[in-house]
Design a protein around this ligand. Structure first.
Ligand code: NAD
Length: 508
């Protein structure tokens, strides 16, 4: 599929000075999928200036009309899902059904954000308390203005839409800088949105490499929603600090699953194999470590190994595991596997020889030293490490012994035990008897702790990230006591202190 973006004509793809061009390459074949402009600082500033005007118009539409437009956009995405899946396959190597599933997740989030923005962000009255009974108080959440969204390539629609849909529903305009590995999907997102909102450039795309992202950070946008690696997140935060631009950082992870004695081993193995190797393991909430109790360790390893060994690897649209999208990642994956094996880990399926660029075939490692790179750093490949633990206490301690804190999972038949473990796992999200399922639930906030970043997309928290609380206190009548006035007398204070002691100074 060949997609060559227009550099001038559409309002959604910002114009750029003639110059450097970005080629989007098919990771399996090296073919050019499309060419896109590299937007420089000036072009980014122009896009943000256009977005400012569009933001005023868009926020003026109000919740109901914005909902109508977002739902119209959603329907367009549904109608054109096959075309998008092929484009995602061409740019990232992702199998087309995985691309469709990812898009379904994005569709759910557009729907949830559109339908809940008024309830979460709209004006509501709040109680004032006895000392302020002369006031009527209300709070509402107002749009910030223009949001800069910087996205990765691994989930090129689900991830950015997790910020974009919520920012738009909250009444902001968006300037989106997709990854240099998936600019076509970025352009497609803006193009389909412009079908539903043709009047103003409410959602624009700027394309390019790191410097285009940095220009967006410096452009005076009102907030930056960044998703990508922890290392780049730190750079983004430093650049945003220059202009005191607030930032959300959705970064990498090293997610663990805990499998207990009483787990359904068949179900756990099936889900964990996909959670680790689906999307060729290039998933921020991919399962990279499994901690399994002694009693079920061998059965679990056997089952995961059988599933992993049977995965169909290839460049076809219907393969189960596609190529590694980013060529530089292949060496990191190779290094982690080699290091784990050299340090005593056992390769139950595959090994260093599984790295055959642009593909990495499934690798299952067991008994890997806890301080090896495969256990401490994000591998981002179709590999999993499975280590045995005495009991669940050891499992929780080891799962939490990471500087990341994005997702986690637990398998046990006991709901009370599962809930207790879920609460103790130091991560933003935990799934019980499933993997990664929280990402598809519109109402559930998504985000991490530690090196996985901060801030939340999705759910009510995700809407509030893109809005500022506005508090209004209206005086209905004058207070009988002139407290905030130079007319205040000692007897007024005496009286108010008597009331305060009565209200707050008694009891335990
Ligand atoms: P990356 O950090 O290389 O790039 C992310 C984006 O940042 C790209 O658009 C890139 O062009 C841009 N960028 C690069 N340098 C920049 C700079 N100095 N200033 C501003 N922008 C800059 O990440 P990637 O390889 O595209 O994505 C993979 C990473 O993303 C993995 O670590 C993965 O775990 C993480 N991820 C996290 C989530 C999440 O929700 N937490 C979701 C998906 C991916």
């Amino acid at each position: 599929m060949s997609v060559t973006a227009s550099t001038e004509s559409t309002q959604s793809m910002s114009s750029a000075p003639a110059g450097e061009v970005l080629e989007s390459l098919n990771p399996a074949t090296g073919e050019v999928v499309g060419t896109y402009p590299v937007h420089d600082e000036e072009a980014v500033a122009e896009a943000v200036a256009r977005a400012r005007k569009a933001a005023r118009w868009w926020s003026g539409l109000g919740f109901d009309e914005r909902k109508n437009r977002l739902l119209a956009w959603k329907r367009t995405v549904v109608r054109r899902i096959d075309e998008l899946a092929r484009l995602m396959h061409a740019e990232t190597g992702k199998p087309t059904d995985d691309a469709r599933l990812e898009t379904i997740g994005a569709i759910e989030h557009i729907d949830w954000a559109a339908k809940h923005a008024r309830k979460v962000l709209g004006p509501r009255k709040v109680r004032t308390g006895p000392l302020a009974m002369n006031l009527a108080a209300s709070v509402q959440y107002q749009p910030l203005g223009v949001i800069g969204v910087i996205g990765p390539w691994n989930y090129p629609i689900l991830t950015p839409v997790g910020s974009i849909a919520y920012a738009l529903a909250a009444g902001n305009a968006v300037v989106f800088k997709p990854s240099e590995h998936s600019p076509g999907v970025g352009a497609w997102i803006a193009e389909t949105f412009a079908e539903a909102v043709p009047e103003e450039p409410v959602l624009q795309v700027v394309t390019g490499f790191g410097p285009t992202g940095a220009a967006l950070c410096r452009s005076g946008v009102d907030k930056v929603a960044f998703t990508g690696s922890t290392a780049t997140g730190k750079k983004v935060m430093a650049t945003c600090a220059e202009t005191l631009t607030p930032v959300i950082v959705e970064a990498g992870g090293k997610d663990a699953v805990i499998v207990a004695d009483d787990a359904d081993i068949e179900a756990a193995a099936e889900a964990v194999a996909f959670g680790a190797m689906g999307n060729a393991g290039q998933t921020c909430v991919g399962i990279e470590r499994a901690y399994v109790t002694e009693k079920v360790f061998d059965a679990f390893v056997d089952r995961v190994a059988t599933i992993a060994a049977g995965i169909r690897v290839g460049a076809q649209e219907d393969a189960q595991l596609g190529p590694i999208t980013m060529p530089s990642q292949v060496e990191i994956i190779r290094k982690h596997i080699t290091d784990a094996v050299e340090r005593g880990g056992k390769a139950v399926v595959g090994g260093p020889e599984s790295v055959r660029p642009p593909f990495v075939h499934p690798v299952v490692l067991t008994d890997v030293p806890e301080d090896s790179a495969a256990m401490t750093e994000e591998t981002f490949g179709p590999t999993i490490t499975i280590n045995r633990v005495r009991d669940l206490e050891e499992a929780v301690a080891k799962a939490n012994a990471t500087r990341y804190g994005l997702g986690s999972a637990v398998y046990t038949r006991s709901t009370s035990k599962a809930m207790e473990i879920a609460r103790r796992l130091r991560s933003g999200m935990t799934s019980i008897n499933s993997v990664q399922t929280y990402a598809m639930v519109g109402a559930l906030p998504f985000g991490g702790l530690g090196d996985s970043g901060f801030g939340r997309i999705h759910g009510p928290d995700g809407l509030r990230e893109f809005a500022a609380a506005k508090s209004i206190a209206r005086q209905k009548y004058r207070m009988p006591l002139p407290l905030l006035s130079f007319a205040r007398k000692p007897r007024h204070m005496k009286l108010v202190m008597w009331v305060v002691r009565l209200l707050h100074g008694r009891g335990r």
